[in-house]
Design a protein around this ligand. Structure first.
Ligand SMILES: [Zn+2]
Length: 435
């Protein structure tokens, strides 16, 4: 028996294939002609409702066969889908289709060829790679064209545009399609048609992170083993020219971090970290994660000397996302533990305050010098800071990155001294002299 669908690498086609797989309950490679016949009437029914038609106009322009004002309509669309389905052959060794490369161009007659009313974003600059043939007369086979008709079900609607996910991970693709198909089925059963899935975020970055978190939280899978690179296309293909598209890449390290947050049951803490970073529409934690900027400062609870999560969560972030060496992370932790111990035995908030308020590297280094003197004064056996450790591990680049190291130290000190700090809370802080 032949095979109809394989994953193609084209984000629109692949999204549609995973939707068909979810709707039919079949694995991608097992989808049969009879399965397609069964699910085609479902999209005709749902897409013919007002809200879905509105979505289709934004996804496929006003020239989509269901919504076209003169030549379009339900019957025409039904016929178009049947013609595509009848024209599908099993995959072969080669073909001219720019998506699968396993079949030749669709024979279903098109007055104006195949353009962006069937393949969104065709011809727009960012998509040149996918569509080398230009805007009209695309070489695409009937199976890939049919798959694209199912793609809207997997889209997430966000502020007038759509998020399309494409991932190297089969599991991520599958569960993303599942969210859309559940939304689709709910609407069919309740007969309340509201269009594409939405998690009610007005910002694409917030929306995509929320959806990734939902997938990881809702479905038990060995996500930690998944080396998932995820790309989002935030697009609109309404009649306006040029079409709009913005691309967001979620590195696999960021995905693994979210998985880890769930694994160690730190999700409630994580939500607080994220909620505190909301600034207007954008969320700074999410956008820092996408843009490879540090999120360490968001782990602090305002100025209360308390932290969200624990050192293990922070360590995972530093190691996986910031690519900091484990040896260095451990050295910073051990150094911070010794300082915490010293501050407690001095029974003084003064040094802590000095670390907190240091404005530059020189001031920070000064505080460390005071601490070394203190440690000699209280008669510690070992020096609080070893020179080699400092130069090689804690601040190998000198002034560069000192404030992130300071934040890491404070995180650990607050964590270790949590009880003591609560006892001392509200106590008037000694004036800070440069002793
Ligand atoms: Zn194809």
């Amino acid at each position: 028996m032949g095979q109809i669908y394989i994953i193609t690498g084209n984000p629109f086609v692949d999204a549609g294939i995973y939707v068909i797989s979810e709707l039919t309950g079949k694995r991608v490679g097992d989808i049969e002609f009879s399965d397609l016949e069964r699910v085609i009437p479902q999209i005709v029914e749902v897409y013919s409702t007002d809200m879905w038609k509105r979505m289709l106009r934004l996804i496929f322009t006003n020239n989509h066969p269901l919504v076209h004002s003169s030549g379009g309509g339900r019957e025409r669309y039904e016929k178009f889908l049947k013609d595509l389905s009848n024209d599908i052959a099993y995959i072969s060794d080669s073909g001219t289709c720019i998506s699968c490369g396993k079949r030749d161009k669709s024979k279903v007659e098109r007055r104006f060829g195949i353009g962006r009313e069937l393949v969104p974003l065709t011809g727009s600059a960012e998509f040149v790679n996918f569509f080398p043939m230009g805007s009209l007369g695309l070489e695409m086979c009937s199976a890939c064209l049919l798959a694209i008709q199912f793609m809207p079900i997997s889209l997430h609607y966000c502020a007038g545009r759509f998020l399309l996910l494409h991932s190297s991970s089969e599991k991520v693709m599958k569960y993303w399609a599942k969210i859309g198909v559940e939304n689709f089925d709910r609407q069919r059963i309740s007969e309340k048609f509201t269009g594409c899935y939405s998690n009610n975020s007005n910002d694409p970055v917030n929306s995509l992170f929320r959806s990734i978190e939902d997938i990881v939280l809702s479905y038990e899978e060995s996500w930690g083993e998944e080396n998932a690179f995820i790309r989002f296309y935030y697009f609109s293909n309404a009649g306006r020219i040029p079409a709009y598209v913005e691309i967001f890449d979620v590195p696999s390290s960021v995905f693994r971090f979210i998985v880890y947050v769930k694994q160690i049951d730190a999700y409630a803490d994580w939500r607080e970290v994220v909620n505190r970073a909301q600034s207007g529409h954008r969320n700074e934690v999410y956008s820092n994660l996408l843009n490879e900027r540090s999120i360490v400062k968001y782990f602090f609870k305002g100025d209360r000397r308390e932290v969200f999560g624990n050192w293990n969560l922070l360590k995972f972030y530093l190691k996986e996302v910031r690519e900091m060496e484990e040896k260095r992370i451990n050295a910073i932790r051990e150094f911070s533990d010794r300082i915490a111990e010293l501050i407690k035995s001095l029974d003084s908030l003064k040094r802590l305050k000095q670390i907190e308020v240091a404005k530059d590297y020189a001031e920070f280094r000064n505080v460390l010098r005071f601490l070394i003197k203190d440690s000699l004064r209280v008669g510690l056996d070992e020096p609080i800071l070893k020179f080699d450790e400092y130069v090689e591990l804690i601040l190998p680049d000198g002034a560069k990155g000192w404030s992130e190291v300071r934040d890491l130290m404070l995180f650990r000190i607050y964590e270790v001294l949590h009880k003591w700090l609560i006892e001392r809370w509200g106590e008037s802080e000694e004036s800070i002299e440069q002793s």
